[in-house]
Design a protein around this ligand. Structure first.
Ligand code: MG
Ligand code: ZN
Length: 216
């Protein structure tokens, strides 16, 4: 048996499980996002700002995926929202089975918004459906403007692009127009937000988009 065949089987099994999760989310009228990016783009920082804005408006829960440590879950826990840390012990992506197991610790009927923060990696999280409504890819200005061209699958499979750390634009080698153009060339349907988790720029627009997607 070739490695390619094994990988295909793994992905088929994952798709099956993700479809079950999607049903479960639908039953509970949950809006679910899967945030993907390379390490250090600011996923958790954006999430912290988002929780600050949305607290009191909607009930949400967070699943944190990391290769090691519960540092990110601890950051989220400070906001008194339900959070489950998945430690993959070297695994470079979350899969539907890991998410399913994490859901044992979350009461889905209590929440309307579930955030899954994936492991920092622009490659294989693109191929693993977690039953989410949307994949959100975060790219920071410090990563340059060529990443959509180098990691196209992630941008093809995502619905939203958040360009983070826009406050650093004067200091980094990143042309934001070029970055937008590259991303939209790969996926013309991408909706783009520009944010800074440091200054709070763009966070209001992003949170409005979330609120507009909460299921009634
Ligand atoms: Mg993080
Ligand atoms: Zn992986």
């Amino acid at each position: 048996m070739s490695i390619i065949t094994i990988e295909r089987k793994v992905l088929e099994k994952n798709d099956e499980l993700a479809a079950q999760l999607r049903n479960e989310f639908k039953k509970n009228k949950l809006f679910v996002i899967n945030i993907v990016s390379s390490p250090g783009s600011g996923k958790t920082s954006i999430l912290e700002k988002t929780i600050e804005k949305l607290k009191g408006k909607i009930n949400l829960a967070v699943i944190e995926g990391d290769v090691q440590t519960d540092l990110d879950a601890k950051r989220v826990e400070k906001y008194n929202v339900p959070v489950v840390q998945i430690v993959t012990n070297g695994g470079c992506h979350l899969d539907a089975k890991l998410v399913k197991d994490a859901l044992d610790s979350i009461n889905l009927s209590d929440i309307s918004f579930l955030v899954i923060e994936n492991v920092g990696n622009l490659v294989c999280p693109a191929g693993y459906d977690l039953g989410e409504d949307y994949k959100i890819v975060v790219l920071s200005t410090t990563e340059g403007d060529d990443k959509p061209l180098k990691y196209p699958k992630m941008f093809i499979n995502s619905s939203i692009l958040i360009i983070n750390k826009v406050d650093l634009l004067p200091y980094v080698n990143c042309n934001i127009k070029e970055l937008r153009d590259n991303a939209l060339m790969i996926n013309p349907d991408l909706k783009v937000f520009e944010t800074s988790a440091t200054t709070g720029a763009g966070i209001d627009d992003w949170c409005e988009w979330i609120l507009a997607n909460i299921k009634k």
